[in-house]
Design a protein around this ligand. Sequence first.
Ligand code: AMP
Length: 273
Amino acid sequence: MMRARSDRMRRQYKTIVLIPTMGFLHEGHLSLIKEGHKHGDDMAVSIFVNPTQFGPEEDLESYPKNLERDLELLQEEGVDAVFTPDAKEIYGNKFQTYVTLEKLPNYLCGLSRPIHFRGVATVVAKLFNTVKPHVAVFGRKDYQQLVVIRQMVRDLDFGIEIIGAPTVREPDCLAMSSRNKYLTSEQRISALSLYKSLQKAKELIKSGVQDAATIIDWATELIQSYPETDIDYIAICDTETLVDIQIIDRPVQMALAVRIGKARLIDNMLLNP
Ligand code: AMP
């Protein structure tokens, strides 16, 4: 049905924009839709909690949902089509073809989530083939995901324009995430340590620090000074290859993941020397 609709839109010379999501929508998702409207005239949003990108110990079962509210929000945002497939529709009968990238999943989140980016690349490839968008918008909040999708689109000649949209934050600068719902009010305070460490890094660079290890040490100490924080990784890396950088003599990406209670939170920022 979605495919037939897309064929119809293409025959009408519409420019189709796709925003893939896992639902439980917040302002971050809505900002992607607002960005998307600038790039096309047929807006499709998918809501699918993709089982193949969750590891066995992860939160697939408890991932928050509220489809009714999501649909209301999407209507308010002027979305033309909402695609809400179930797992059977996506991974039907005896599924066995996956998209894997050779290098990019060997860094950052890929280290503690070994099957995650295979699941992401596979489901996004399938969504691209079904919805047939001209343009797709992804959040820079999931920086590694954005880099992985750009690479896949180049490597497999999807011919889809990928837009990276800025991270939307709460008033106190915590990056919006469906997973913030898992935080207790004490943990919510600890969650601010992610952004604070990125800000600290920015200040250190401004004051002339060029050594990545020094900045990572500062960030580690800052985050550990908050209760219940368990650092997964803090990295300063090349913006495209994600390979670690030692000396910050050009724009680099700082990215981190921290477990706080049941939530695993991520954030990142471009650092400009
Ligand atoms: P998710 O539903 O978490 O899979 O996210 C769907 C899309 O929304 C992805 O492209 C995310 O990068 C993007 N996204 C999630 N949170 C934010 C945010 N706070 N700001 C901007 N984009 C976001």
